[in-house]
Write a protein that binds this ligand. Structure first.
Ligand code: ATP
Length: 199
């Protein structure tokens, strides 16, 4: 699996639709200070489901929408699409290419799509779980991240290692199953109360 294409429109400094094509191997993005290099990495994290405006270097999610410049008026929507080559089947979807899209409007309305079909944020998280790609994965190492990892709490460091080792998916499923079990036990208790009342 590799990142094949990134399309950005109305996201941060990218007012116009901008398409970046990537090939396997190393790609370097170069440009003067403030030209938008880090905004590209922010776009990748955002489309993969980043929910924290702060980690996208803003105060609120609306800050990701192009806010206007001397030459251009602000826009009303930010959209990022990421196309992954999935010929190796690393992602559990029966497609050679997987297109993930996220858009947000100034009204606050937002949506996620997988291969043009609307989906939930949860579906994006589950799709990338243990793939090595994802907003919290080791595939995106931001400035200061190495130091942050070294200084992080042992539990946080462990979760990074678990993602790399491919076991976080099972931990997630275990947590989901435990929650379901909990809800079922509560329902049984309620039923037993009702039965006692009737008897
Ligand atoms: P450096 O080399 O200094 O790290 P960079 O190339 O990584 O810089 P970025 O941090 O990606 O640059 O981009 C910063 C630019 O993005 C600033 O000029 C900022 O005004 C612009 N920018 C950020 N958010 C928005 C927004 N919502 N609307 C318009 N411009 C924005």
């Amino acid at each position: 699996m590799y990142l094949k294409q990134l399309q950005i429109k109305g996201f941060k400094s990218f007012a116009n639709k901008t398409i970046m094509e990537f090939s396997p191997g190393i790609t370097a993005v170069v440009g003067p200070n403030g030209s938008g290099k880090s905004n590209i990495a922010d776009a990748v994290r955002w489309v993969l489901g980043e929910q924290s405006a702060r980690s996208l270097r803003g105060n609120k999610m609306e800050d990701v929408i192009f806010a206007g410049s001397k030459e251009r008026k602000p826009v009303g929507m930010a959209q990022v699409s990421l196309v992954l080559n999935n010929e190796d089947g690393n992602l559990p979807l029966d497609f050679n290419e997987v297109d993930i899209t996220r858009r947000v409007f100034r009204s606050g309305e937002s949506e996620f799509l997988i291969n043009k079909t609307p989906c939930r944020l949860k579906d994006i998280h589950e799709l990338f779980m243990d793939s090595g790609v994802g907003k919290e994965s080791f595939s995106i190492i931001g400035q200061g991240k190495v130091e942050e990892i070294l200084n992080s709490k042992p539990e946080d460091r462990r979760s990074l290692l678990e993602e790399a080792a491919g076991i976080s998916k099972y931990r997630y499923r275990q947590q989901q199953a435990a929650k379901k079990l909990d809800r079922t036990e509560q329902s049984i208790e309620r039923l037993q109360d009702l039965v006692q009342e009737i008897e």
